[in-house]
Design a protein. Structure first.
Length: 255
């Protein structure tokens, strides 16, 4: 009972985090092809600057290989330093263009220009008040996803279907970061305004039908619904919906 109440409290905190960040990272702005080589992001889930980069990745519907680098972590921080010369996050590695980048604003400009061929939309441009609101957003989530926790490492990276503004997905990403578990983040942003709302009560009434040919359509055909978070663990063959179930699984398997 206590665990259920604690989870509900965490969900409310995560909703507040999304609210402080103006619910960026929910809707797809420009649907772009996935690059030949996967993008790699060295990332701290609870860091407001890393969050802005993940918002842009959702806006472009780009998948990315996440290498969690929480404070006190020892698995990917040295790898990041070897690749870029310092432990500063976010750090983007794009093997398609042999690019290694720091600074969230520079990374966001690069992603929109390189993969969408356009400048950054106004909604995703830097504003003077964003660092303050970003810090409030991290506090609202109780600073989860910032510090490393002891755990076991999987042999193969996991796969998470998510979008940045999803409060339920954020809880899973926070735990993956704390445990330093690498994973492929499959962005599954909302492709149309009619998809706004929870999976079981979208703004448009009636049966859900994703736009044909998109990532959500492919997911719907594979699973019979579009709901995040969804975790797949190739090490055990598990596939799980529902944040509470996923968190229980991660704690039991890797915590």
């Amino acid at each position: 009972m206590f665990n259920k109440l604690a989870h509900h409290a965490n969900v409310l905190g995560s909703v507040a985090t999304s609210s402080f960040t103006a619910w960026r990272g929910c809707l797809v702005v420009s649907e772009v092809p996935q690059p030949e080589q996967p993008l790699v992001l060295y990332d701290m889930e609870g860091c407001p600057y890393c969050r802005r980069v993940r918002e842009a990745l959702t806006a472009l519907n780009l998948d990315v290989e996440i290498r969690p680098c929480p404070k006190g972590g020892h698995i990917f921080r040295r790898q990041a330093e070897a690749a870029g010369g310092k432990q500063q996050f976010p750090m983007l590695v794009d093997q398609n263009t042999q690019t290694v980048m720091y600074e969230s604003e520079a990374i966001i400009k690069y992603l929109f220009l390189q993969y969408a061929g356009r400048p950054v939309p106004g909604y995703y441009r830097e504003r003077v008040w964003q660092p303050v609101l970003g810090s409030f957003a991290s506090v609202a989530s109780a600073m989860r996803g910032l510090r490393a926790a002891s755990g076991k490492q999987p042999e193969q990276p996991l796969h998470l279907w998510s979008f940045e503004g999803s409060p339920f997905s954020r809880l899973v990403r926070e735990r993956l970061c704390e445990l330093e578990i690498p994973y492929t983040l499959h962005n599954l942003g909302k492709e149309h305004w009619t998809e706004i709302g929870p999976a079981k009560q979208r703004i448009k009434p009636g049966p859900y039908a994703p736009a044909p040919g998109g990532k959500r359509d492919a997911f719907f055909k594979a699973h019979g619904r579009v709901q995040v978070p969804y975790l797949e663990d190739p090490n055990t063959g598990e596939g799980l919906f529902e944040s509470a179930c996923i968190l229980d699984y991660l704690n039991a398997q890797y915590g």
